[in-house]
Design a protein around this ligand. Structure first.
Ligand SMILES: Nc1ncnc2c1ncn2[C@@H]1O[C@H](COP(=O)(O)OP(=O)(O)O)[C@@H](O)[C@H]1O
Ligand SMILES: [Mg+2]
Length: 234
């Protein structure tokens, strides 16, 4: 489990009890390293979101071990786990999860305020992050005035503004048309390859498959395939 950005060993998660008990993850072992763009694919209900929640320390598995940036998560206090999450992981979601009443700049600054960075410094970093996603001219606009692709780029700027080594994205292209979905997928790929971060993208969108350096296929809570995609094959 050393040298990996995230490693999970034999993790299981069940929801509910008795007859309605659902085993969402069933003994999953995986390890991910920096620079990798891993796509977790599989049909609806196969356990992708549950897996991402465990990788992101948002959900504690019923059994198994989780380590993030070399730290064993299992057994950490709630506070320490929160601190590890805060410094290590940026999250991106299908529905963007932006604050409607805040403009693009404020939506990015929120992440820095949570990290308790001084306001002037936060503003500078947020502007830079928005610029890196081609949104320099849009910082004063609220989400309703932005296209879907622009909203997801604001969400990417927010996820990256704290410079986390890991980005986790759950169906980041599912609400987007092909063109902006492709752009977001390509940006995520560059974040992995050029910035040497670990990017894990959960998706059942086949259009995104070409952007992965690795494809993990899930079915019924298990990993049924785990393939490195060689660059020359693309
Ligand atoms: N909060 C929950 N309560 C009960 N069952 C859940 C909950 N979240 C997910 N499940 C069930 O766990 C299984 C895996 O779900 P999920 O991880 O969301 O899969 P996916 O993201 O691949 O669609 C499904 O059968 C789903 O219905
Ligand atoms: Mg899901």
């Amino acid at each position: 489990m050393h040298n990996s950005a995230i490693a999970v060993e034999n993790i299981s998660v069940s929801y509910g009890a008795g007859a309605s008990r659902v085993r969402a993850l069933d003994g999953v072992t995986l390890s991910f390293r920096a620079g990798e763009m891993a796509l977790v694919m599989g049909p609806s209900g196969s356990g992708k979101t549950t897996l991402l929640s465990v990788l992101g320390c948002l959900l504690t598995p019923d059994a198994g071990k989780v380590s993030v940036m070399g730290e064993m998560v299992t057994g950490l206090s709630e506070d320490s786990r929160g601190a590890l999450r805060q410094k290590s992981i940026g999250y991106v979601f299908q529905a963007f999860r932006l604050f409607r009443s805040l403009n693009a700049l404020e939506n990015v600054m929120i992440a820095l305020e949570i990290a308790a960075r001084p306001r002037a410094e936060a503003k500078k970093a947020a502007i830079q992050s928005l610029e890196s996603f081609g949104l320099a001219g849009k910082q004063g606009l609220k989400p309703d005035a932005l296209s879907g692709g622009e909203k997801q780029r604001v969400a990417l700027a927010r996820a990256l503004v704290n410079d986390p080594p890991i980005i986790l994205a759950d169906e980041p292209t599912a609400s987007l048309d092909s063109r902006s979905g492709g752009q977001i997928a390509e940006m995520l790929m560059k974040i992995a390859q050029e910035q040497k971060r670990l990017v894990v993208v959960v998706s059942h969108d086949p259009r995104i498959a070409q952007f992965g350096s690795r494809i993990v296929k899930m079915q019924d809570g298990r990993v049924i395939e785990d393939l490195e995609v060689s660059k020359c094959a693309r």
